[in-house]
Design a protein around this ligand. Structure first.
Ligand SMILES: CC(C)(COP(=O)(O)OP(=O)(O)OC[C@H]1O[C@@H](n2cnc3c(N)ncnc32)[C@H](O)[C@@H]1OP(=O)(O)O)[C@@H](O)C(=O)NCCC(=O)NCCS
Length: 173
């Protein structure tokens, strides 16, 4: 078995999107995190939950050791953020992924899941993990299309009257 995937580089250049746009992951600076926090709080699923901008911003700037947070750049512009917990259950846990509305439905999310998976496979990991709210039907469709399957449901995990769903993609045969 190889060493676990750590997503430890300071930046990654991913293959261009089908429309030719350049896709990169870089460090996320505080001003972009502040702006994205406001954008994401106004967007579902966080808008429906009444989740404010400040904790979203704090999560993106926490700099927890070993938990990288990257800015998602499309043609050089920061359009989202991705936060990865590399060492979870025999594979990485995708803690957070969000794109500004203008960057959605262009294949960016799919490209990021493909990258997450290829890094994990290269390290011999067995699983990818992510949690989505039951109300986030678009997000659930996105992960299921990418080969994730519901592994567990948690009542009241984040809110008393809501359900959070854990999804797993098996990488091992
Ligand atoms: C969920 C999310 C990360 C997906 O990223 P994305 O870049 O929009 O995803 P993709 O473009 O790869 O695929 C999504 C949709 O675009 C379509 N699509 C993919 N490539 C496309 C392209 N080149 N052109 C047009 N549509 C495309 C897909 O068919 C899919 O359609 P759907 O509406 O049936 O689901 C993003 O939409 C987002 O940030 N949503 C809000 C936050 C959120 O829900 N995050 C997940 C929380 S767990």
């Amino acid at each position: 078995m190889s060493a676990p995937a750590r997503y430890a580089a300071s930046s990654y250049a991913l293959p261009p999107l089908p429309d030719g746009a350049a896709l990169e992951l870089t460090s996320l600076d505080a001003s972009d995190a502040e702006r994205l926090g406001v954008v994401f709080a106004a967007m579902d699923p966080w808008r429906s939950y009444g989740y404010p901008a400040a904790p979203l911003q704090a999560m993106m700037t926490a700099n927890e050791p070993g938990i990288p947070c990257f800015a998602i750049r499309l043609d050089g512009n920061v359009v989202g953020a991705i936060l990865i917990q590399p060492l979870w259950l025999r594979g990485p846990y995708l803690r957070f992924l969000a794109l500004e509305p203008i960057a959605q439905n262009r294949g960016v999310g799919g490209a990021l899941l493909a990258w997450l998976e290829s890094e994990a496979r290269a390290a011999g990991e067995r699983n990818l993990w992510v949690v989505a709210s039951q109300i986030n039907t678009g997000g659930i469709r996105f992960y299921e299309r990418a080969g994730f399957h519901q592994a567990a449901a948690f009542d009241g995990l984040a809110y008393d009257d809501r359900v959070e769903l854990l999804f797993r993609k098996r990488l091992a045969d």
